[in-house]
Design a binder for this molecule. Structure first.
Ligand code: SAM
Length: 266
């Protein structure tokens, strides 16, 4: 069977790397685990021996059928043939059950998949994900190199970069390196009493032209007056000539609260 590029099918062939990914979620015999994109089952096989219950969501019909047959004799492994961006895991996991999420994710939808689970009302306790190195770098970036995705994910989770591997551990080989990260979603809203959707809308406006100075980003993306923008940035202690990449999560939160107190909606 030819690997489908459209489904990001680069299968892991290095068993040592597969073990490192699984070990990163600290599997235990009491765990319920959801695996996204099990493919030919290289991670699945390792996880299945270590946990109480494993639910695998695979979009490819043929691979899903093969996994069904492969894990037929293991009743604690459930294979779902569906899109991880649509499937409702609450159909299979009770809302009060803790679970872990793992996946060597398809590159093209890695961020949307992570976003879906960290914003879900039934969040995993931990996510261990392998993704394109550049995306992992952005998600884990520190002030100076941050982007919208860094702020979005870091306000919702505690994130750790674990390790990076080259193309040779896959077949077919991708053109890029891959990095494994872990994310621990917080349960509380990132900005306390302030609505989160507005917070992200503000951050999006702040990154609307990342090469420009922050006051220009807000000037271009909103109808706020220059005076209001300068005043909010000044009160937050942010140099209005800074580029958005240099702001920390704490800066964005402070700025949001000040805009909020000023009655500004995004
Ligand atoms: N876990 C396997 C491994 O490590 O070898 C396969 C990883 S491969 C990078 C990504 C897998 O995700 C493929 O099997 C692909 O068919 C599946 N996939 C792609 N998009 C998906 C989606 N939206 N929902 C569920 N599975 C998806």
């Amino acid at each position: 069977m030819k690997a489908k590029k459209s489904l990001g099918q680069n299968f892991l062939v290095d068993i040592g790397v597969a073990h490192r990914i699984v070990d990163a979620m600290y599997p235990s015999h009491n765990d319920t685990v959801v695996e996204i994109g099990p493919g030919k089952g290289v991670l699945t096989k390792i996880i299945a021996d270590k946990v109480k219950s494993l639910i695998c969501i695979e979009m490819d019909d043929i691979l899903s059928e093969r996994l069904h047959s492969k894990f037929n004799s293991k009743p604690h492994v459930t294979v779902v043939n569906d899109d991880a961006l649509n499937f409702n895991i609450n159909q299979l996991i009770k809302p009060d059950t803790n679970y872990k999420l793992i996946g060597n994710l398809p590159y093209n939808v890695a961020s949307p998949i992570i976003r879906r689970y960290i914003t879900w009302n039934h969040k995993p306790n931990v996510i261990v994900a392998m993704l394109q190195k550049e995306v992992a770098d952005l998600i884990t970036a520190q002030p100076g190199k941050m982007g919208y995705l860094s702020v979005e994910f870091q306000t919702k989770c505690l994130i750790q970069k674990l390790f990076t591997v080259g193309p040779t551990v896959f077949s077919p080989k991708p053109k890029v390196n891959s990095t494994v990260i872990s994310l621990k979603p917080h349960n509380e809203l990132s900005t306390d009493q302030y609505p989160e959707s507005d917070f992200l809308a503000m951050v999006r406006a702040g990154f609307s032209a990342p090469r420009k100075q922050i006051h220009n980003c807000f000037g271009n993306a909103t109808d706020l007056s220059k005076v209001k923008i300068e005043s909010a940035l000044g009160t937050a202690g942010i140099d209005s000539k800074s580029r958005p990449q240099v702001l920390s999560i704490a800066d964005w939160k402070k700025l949001y609260m000040i805009f909020y107190e000023m009655g500004v909606k995004f």
